[in-house]
Ligand binder design. Structure first.
Ligand code: IMP
Ligand code: MG
Length: 197
């Protein structure tokens, strides 16, 4: 009985979802769901190959923005891995810059472990360079970095990024975990917004 009711409701929910997709309020697409899916698979393959002889690795997702990317990337790896999170806040409510602040450190012990930091986006590089400093103080065996997006022309700090999904221009992007004032994190694609609109 319960299963019947559930299947009846599915087409209706799909219709609703489709309506939301064509709404004018949605940000224009910069990177489509398909392109993201393909690139995340490529990254996962590359990382799995590079770490093939390293034993377990620890993926450290940077909250909140990296939660979607980390979920997809981690599930496509073919190497043993564990998951940790670290939280920083680098901006105010919108897109204005500000000092980087540690909100939550990793909970597990990463001493002697191979660490891969997973970021949603590297903009000026301040956040990632600050994070690397904190993580190094925990004494891992190695630290590499992976970001879905990189605004290379905005770089202010020289920071090594080992894996980059896409290089993008100087635009504010949302979706696939990224927000503007906490909005649009759960969009399935990367879209462009104009802060201040
Ligand atoms: P950075 O310290 O300037 O490199 O900034 C990195 C952080 O700023 C990212 O982890 C994001 O949280 C945020 N950020 C930078 N650019 C964007 C964007 O276009 N959309 C959403 N968040 C962004
Ligand atoms: Mg981030």
């Amino acid at each position: 009985m319960a299963i019947e009711r559930f299947t009846n409701v599915l087409p209706y929910r799909k219709q609703l979802a489709r309506k939301q997709y064509v709404s004018d309020a949605l940000p224009p697409v910069l990177i489509s769901e398909d392109d993201i899916r393909r690139r995340v698979s490529e990254l996962a393959e590359q990382i799995s190959n590079d770490y093939a002889d390293h034993g377990d690795i620890v993926l450290i997702g940077v909250l909140k923005g990296a939660f979607v990317f980390l979920a997809d990337l981690s599930r496509r790896l073919t190497i043993p891995r564990t998951i940790e999170f670290i939280a920083v806040s680098s901006y105010g409510a919108g897109s204005e810059s500000g000092a980087v602040r540690l909100v939550m450190d990793v909970r597990g012990n990463i001493e002697g472990q191979h660490v891969l930091v997973v970021e949603d986006i590297v903009d000026t590089g301040h956040t990632l360079s600050y994070l690397i400093g904190i993580l190094k103080s925990h004494g891992p065996a190695s630290i590499r970095t992976c970001t879905l997006l990189h605004k290379a022309e905005r770089a202010e700090v020289d920071v090594d990024i080992d894996y980059v999904g896409f290089r993008i221009g100087d635009e504010w992007v949302v979706g696939y975990g990224l927000d503007y004032a906490e909005q649009n994190r759960t969009l399935p694609y990367i879209g462009i917004v104009h802060p201040g609109d």
